[in-house]
Design a protein around this ligand. Structure first.
Ligand SMILES: [Zn+2]
Length: 53
C-alpha cells in the first residue's frame, strides 16, 4: 500500500510493482506508488522523510 495516498498495490502481488518506489525512513521501508513517486521525486532524492511533505 502506498504510504502517501493509500493506493493498494494489488492483493495478488507479493510485493509492490516495479514502478513503485521504496524509501527507507527511520529503519522502516515505505512504498510509494508511481504517481506519488513522481510528484515527490525531489523529496525522495533529497532523503526527506515523507512526514515533511
Ligand atoms: Zn500514492
Amino acid at each position: 500500500m502506498c504510504a502517501r495516498c493509500g493506493t493498494s498495490a494489488g492483493a495478488l502481488t507479493a510485493g509492490p510493482p516495479p514502478t513503485w518506489t521504496c524509501s527507507v525512513e527511520n529503519g522502516d521501508r515505505r512504498y510509494f506508488c508511481e504517481t506519488c513517486s513522481r510528484e515527490n521525486l525531489r523529496s525522495i532524492v533529497g532523503r526527506l522523510d515523507s512526514d515533511w511533505w
